[in-house]
Every structure is written in C-alpha cells, then in structure tokens.
Design a protein around this ligand. Sequence first.
Ligand SMILES: Cc1cc2nc3c(=O)[nH]c(=O)nc-3n(C[C@H](O)[C@H](O)[C@H](O)COP(=O)(O)O)c2cc1C
Length: 236
Amino acid sequence: MDLSDLPNIDPDRFNGPDVDFLKLSGAADHAPRILLLYGSLRDNSYSRFAAEEAGRLLNAMGCETRFYNPRGLPQPDDDDGSHEKVTELRDLATWSEGMVWSSPERHGAMTGIMKSQIDWLPLKMGGVRPTQGKTLALMQVSGGSQSFNAVNQMRILGRWMRMATIPNQSSVPKAWSEFENGRMKPGPLYSRIVDVMEELVKFTYLMRGRTDYMLDRYSERVETAAQVRARVNKTD
Ligand SMILES: Cc1cc2nc3c(=O)[nH]c(=O)nc-3n(C[C@H](O)[C@H](O)[C@H](O)COP(=O)(O)O)c2cc1C
C-alpha cells in the first residue's frame, strides 16, 4: 500500500479492506472502479478538495478512481443528451462500480450543479443501468456550523437512483478552516473521510457480482411477462 501521498495517515492503523478475505470469496479480481462527482465550479472549491482527498485514500486502498468536471455540462433538458459533457458523464457512470458525491451546502441544500449531474443520469439506457445497484458514499462541506442538509438530500437522491448508499457519511463544517493549499488538515473530520472511504470499498466488494441479484424485482418480472404475452398475442 503506497501511503507516500497521505501525510495525515497513521500507517499502523490504516488497513484498507482485508483483501485476502475478499480473494477467498472471489470478489477481489480487479480494483474497485469509483467515480467521484463534486458540486462546485469554484477554483478553490473545498467540496472538490474533499473529493480529491477521498480519491487519494481510495487509490491507497487499491481502487481505480476517476473524476468528472461539471464545468460546461448543459442544464438538464437544455440539450438532447448528445453533448460531449453529457456523454462523458454517462460513460463514467457506466464504467463505475461505486460513486462518491461531494456537494457544498448552499441555502440549506445541495447545489444545483450537483443535482444537474444526477439529473443527466437515466435509470436505464437501453440495457445499461448507469447507477442502479452501485455503491454510493456522500460528503458535504459547509461554510457555517456542521449540518447534514446536503447529505440528507443526496441520500434521498441515491435511493431514487437505486444505489446502495452506505451508512457512514462526511460533513465538513467551516470548510475554509479545514484545508490548506488544497489539502485537508489532520483531525477527526479527516479521519471520518478515511472511515467513509474504507466503508465504501468494503460495500463495493460485497456488492460485486451481486448487482443483477439485487436488482431482480417482482414488479419488473410481472411487467416483463405481460410485455412478452402482449407480443405473443400480437403475432398470433
Ligand atoms: C449562495 C450561497 C449559499 C450558501 N449557503 C450556505 C448554507 O446554507 N450553509 C452553510 O453552512 N454554508 C453556506 N454557504 C457557504 C458554502 O457552503 C461554502 O462557501 C462552501 O465552501 C462552498 O463550497 P465550495 O468551496 O466547494 O465551492 C453558502 C455559500 C453561498 C455562496
């Protein structure tokens, strides 16, 4: 495990997932693919810095990570979906096995930038499900005291996108005091991000290979059977 880029980490306490256990269960044949989204376009965006810290931790835990830059993404429905920024976002979501969403809190809510990204992700594109059955970790930053408005809203959004949203989450209050030169200071708020990423990696391994099983639903089986019956009746 390469910890050279993580000066705040206690190497004796930083385990990452027990990959030997996971190998035994056949779940660890490739690195977890995690997509990180953030909800701000500011140059000195703390929600992006927090996502970048998460990305470094995930890399150290053996994950492959990718970031999406929301700059230039059209507003939902202001394009037919063929815009290159929309295609890029959908391709990244399809590639991923899990996601991190990191939003600032603005006016007691996640930002429109954060929400727009999710609104461009359909539940189904042909046979592909870009979000369903994938894992999700939530993070927010605020300028004021600690609050959970954005993560609570994103938790609802995660449910709507049928994602396995992990229980632990990160909320960084007074974000302006927690970062220096783009890096997060050590302390309990940083340790919490380590916890959240550890949990995300574990859940991603546990979900691997079980997505179809988890997404198999009675109501959809009934619907599919009705469609098949209708097609057969039409050709009779
Ligand atoms: C329009 C606006 C509304 C904001 N509303 C809140 C808020 O409701 N609660 C809060 O704690 N901080 C609020 N803030 C502060 C932001 O959360 C803070 O500046 C944060 O760092 C922005 O995220 P970013 O650094 O990723 O751009 C607000 C900032 C702006 C510009």
